[in-house]
Design a protein around this ligand. Structure first.
Ligand SMILES: NC(=O)C1=CN([C@@H]2O[C@H](COP(=O)(O)OP(=O)(O)OC[C@H]3O[C@@H](n4cnc5c(N)ncnc54)[C@H](OP(=O)(O)O)[C@@H]3O)[C@@H](O)[C@H]2O)C=CC1
Ligand SMILES: O=C(O)C1=N[C@H](C(=O)O)C[C@H](O)C1
Length: 262
């Protein structure tokens, strides 16, 4: 049960970490205009997080190098966290699971909830889900992610998650590895391999966040494409996650689990 459900007269108090960044500044505006939510703190890289202004929920939108320590800070204080920052690999997730098992309860008395959401856009979640569903029916699958050139991590968190979902679906269906005769690729032109799936990263001025999944069989190709043209596309998902995170104690990876899309 979320704080607002327990006491409908009281707003959920929200802090944003990374508040002056491209996503963080958008999240600050979204929280400020969302009914039932109150912004109680906005933090940047030089700031002491302290008790996060008494927040019930923190939204974490920083950089891969800073995110785990910020999340630990919140978890140790019983504050739920919605994490949009990418770069969370299996080792970091495992450490976080251990921290959650040791964490004090949130103010509601229930366990602390942390959501790691590689993408908050509803269309991106659907694209990933469709890709996983389609992947066992095709011999070849490749992921191309395209982003603005200020992005610091490659491949994108969305592409990594898509490859993991596709890889799992193909392995459960007993698919062969994707065919590829390449024996000479000194410059890495075939991209990265994540869960057996080639992933290619494009950084291009003018872009925001985009991804294509190419699926091929003899004589046919299916292309799944999602485009975030501006960061407003992520905000309904951020707000939905803030409202739901207290109802999901422990670690959840992927907003689709809150929305009934998994
Ligand atoms: N899940 C999703 O749907 C989406 C996720 N993202 C991810 O969100 C993250 C942020 O992206 P974006 O906003 O474009 O990046 P920006 O570089 O614009 O913003 C990052 C912000 O983090 C701040 N920061 C850095 N270190 C710390 C720290 N230790 N504590 C607090 N704040 C810190 C920076 O502050 P300063 O400038 O002072 O250094 C900066 O304002 C990335 O990992 C990106 O991949 C992006 C879009 C959508
Ligand atoms: O840095 C970005 O901009 C984005 N990051 C996320 C990712 O790495 O997948 C989500 C979205 O693609 C935008």
């Amino acid at each position: 049960m979320s704080d607002t459900t327990r006491n409908p007269s009281r707003d959920t108090k929200v802090a944003v970490i990374g508040a002056s960044g491209r996503m963080g500044s958008e999240a600050v505006r979204a929280v400020e205009s969302a009914p039932g939510l109150s912004l109680v703190g906005a933090y940047g890289s030089g700031d002491d997080l302290g008790d996060l202004g008494g927040a019930d929920v923190a939204v974490e939108l920083t950089v891969p190098g800073a995110s785990p320590a910020n999340v630990t800070h919140c978890v140790e204080r019983g504050i739920h966290v919605v994490v949009g920052t990418t770069g969370w690999d299996d080792a970091r997730l495992e450490t976080l699971r251990g921290q959650l098992a040791e964490a004090p309860p949130a103010a509601t008395g229930a366990g602390v909830g942390v959501l790691i959401a590689p993408n908050f856009a509803i269309g991106a979640l659907l694209m990933m889900s469709f890709a996983a569903k389609a992947a066992p029916f095709f011999e070849s699958v490749e992921v191309i992610e395209l982003h603005h050139p200020a992005k610091v991590d490659a491949p994108s968190g969305t592409a990594a998650r898509t490859a993991a979902m596709i890889g799992r679906a193909r392995s459960e269906a007993g698919c062969d590895p994707v065919p590829d005769a390449t024996t000479h690729d000194p410059d890495g032109a075939r991209g990265a391999r994540l869960d057996g799936i080639p992933v290619h990263s494009v950084r291009l001025r003018g872009l925001t966040a985009h991804q294509e999944v190419l699926l091929g069989n003899a004589g046919e190709m299916l292309t799944l494409r999602h485009d975030s043209f501006d960061r407003g596309s992520f905000m309904p998902g951020v707000i939905a996650a803030v409202r739901a995170v207290a109802d999901h104690p422990g670690l959840t990876v992927g907003l689709e689990h809150y929305l009934g899309l998994a």
